[in-house]
Design a protein around this ligand. Structure first.
Ligand SMILES: C[S@@+](CC[C@H](N)C(=O)[O-])C[C@H]1O[C@@H](n2cnc3c(N)ncnc32)[C@H](O)[C@@H]1O
Length: 289
């Protein structure tokens, strides 16, 4: 541990923030790499005479901050960590950084399956860092979950995140294309969830460089119209869901109506478009017959 006067630290912090970036990203850097929590920061703002203890020196923290600012590298990849709901998850550039709006998927499930003692059998397709599946496996300890991804590196990270977040053993990981690793679970799922790659090609080409240059293309690009993977998931879902089983999909801001039509065409009922906190129809959900 390195010690520094609060006064020197506050002066250094002001200088770093004057270079650009936002306070929240800076706080993530300080917490994850510097070992300085938001409560430490509050304490020194009340008592600037105090002493602060750091896990890494200021030069190292400054070099990461500048890499974030000047190369547009997401702070979460530089720190190797992101916070999502109440989880602290390891992330590398092999997985998408789970987004705040996706947190709502878990609340949608809570609204459908209200008893935490439910013995659900759920699947998540395209688990990435494992965020959604881990949150569900923890919230429904009697449930069994299966999480898939096409990328073995992503699954290794998801598995580590599960082990770090839980002492349970109700979540298993499988590698392969969408439903294909789940052949033995046909007709058995109460619930399937996916936040698949749904960005249309033209939009993908114009994404901000902190996304396009760093996050995995396989996690973002949804073919020409963005609906390639969503179509495949919906078409095969009836084979894997139980009668009255639920499918919950995240989609791009303007895809909900099209996703709804795809669900109707594939004999889903109780279809609903759920808005995110910005009022965007971000999720489309339905029940198989
Ligand atoms: C938008 S990311 C979602 C990651 C995570 N579920 C989340 O919400 O943060 C989509 C995920 O789908 C995976 N994926 C892409 N194509 C796939 C396919 N054909 N079969 C299975 N998974 C796929 C990607 O590797 C990526 O992890």
């Amino acid at each position: 541990m390195l010690s520094i006067s609060a006064e020197d630290f506050l002066c250094w912090q002001k200088k770093q923030l004057s270079k650009g970036g936002d306070q929240q990203s800076f706080a993530v850097l300080l917490d994850c790499i510097g070992g300085v929590t938001t409560s430490d920061l509050k304490l020194i703002s009340i008592n600037p005479e105090g002493i602060l203890h750091l896990k890494r020196n200021l030069e190292f923290l400054e070099s990461l901050w500048e890499e974030h600012l000047f190369k547009s590298c997401p702070i979460q990849y530089l720190c190797g960590i992101t916070f999502w709901r109440d989880l602290k998850l390891k992330v590398t550039n092999k997985v998408l950084i789970p987004r705040p709006e996706t947190e709502l998927i878990v609340d949608i499930v809570f609204n459908i399956f209200r008893k935490k003692s439910e013995k659900l059998f759920f699947a998540e397709l395209g688990t990435g860092s494992g965020a959604i599946s881990i949150a569900l496996a923890l919230a429904y300890p009697l449930s069994e979950g299966v999480a898939t991804d096409i990328d073995q590196d992503a699954l290794e990270i998801a598995t580590k995140n599960y082990i770090n977040s839980s002492e349970q053993s109700n979540l298993k990981f499988y590698c392969g294309n969408w439903w294909s690793p789940l052949e033995s679970f046909k007709g058995k799922l109460d619930l399937a969830i996916s936040n698949p790659p749904y960005i249309p090609r033209n939009t993908y080409e114009k994404l901000p460089k902190e996304v396009k240059n760093f996050e995995p293309k396989v996690a973002l690009l949804g073919g020409e119209d963005g609906l390639k993977h969503i179509k495949e998931i919906i078409q095969k879902a009836p084979i894997f869901l139980k009668k009255r089983g639920w499918l919950i999909l995240e989609n791009h801001f303007d895809q909900s109506e099209k996703v709804k039509q795809l669900l109707l065409k594939n004999k889903f009922t109780s279809i609903e478009i759920v808005k995110d906190l910005s009022g965007i129809g971000r999720f489309t959900i339905g029940r198989y017959k």
